[in-house]
Design a protein around this ligand. Sequence first.
Ligand code: T5A
Length: 217
Amino acid sequence: MNGKLIVFEGVEGAGKTTQMQLLIHYLRSSSWKICPLVATREPGGTALGVGLRRLLLEPSTGEFVSNRTELLMYAADRAQHVETFLKPELAKGSIILCDRFTDSTIAYQGYGRGLKLSLIKQLNEIATDGLQSDLTFWLDINVETGLTRVRARGGCDRMEQANLEFHQRVQKGFTELAQQNPDRIVRINADRSESEISEEIQAILSHRLENWGYLNN
Ligand code: T5A
């Protein structure tokens, strides 16, 4: 069986990393027959991507990064990730948990930065070679709550430093994407305790795994 690509999306501080870790723990300790299970992220899922991630989020020069440059750097990170990691893992039958994918580019560079959505969709198509997530969990949280969490943790990156209006436009992007793709994107109310959110994600994924023909015994 080919593997599955499961993506976590949301605004800053939505709790994606936390929920991915909890889901890995659940899947490893459950009786689902889904070996291998791998986790990755964008940007930064490959060696090249780690360099791009640093340039995008922690630029050492402080140089202004234009919106189109930013878009192309996220696309380059994705093209490398898809070709050298995601496709080979899917061919091996892996279940992949991925922190952010194509919807982040539509939400951040499209709705957030105001670049043309048709252009971004075309670029996503080039970068992914048509690969889409099988299931995306959109962790929906109030933008200010998410930013407060991130700021409490300290050390905001270049994207997190953008103004509130930018993050609100990004949130609008995720909201509209979820409305347009109800089968692929599942909205999760992320303004709850970590365990409540995790239990809902486990239940939804278990149902999908069953539909996809995975065994649980
Ligand atoms: N980007 C990315 C683009 O602009 N375009 C693109 O195409 C792509 C792919 C990535 C940046 O790049 C941008 C988007 C981003 O700005 P990143 O570091 O991966 O950078 O940024 P985030 O994905 O936002 O990662 P964060 O770590 O900031 O947020 P998470 O992963 O959503 O949240 P998490 O789990 O780390 O939690 C944040 C804090 O909240 C607490 C945690 O303990 C932590 O301190 N927390 C909770 N607190 C209370 N209740 C809960 N339920 C909580 N869950 C977590």
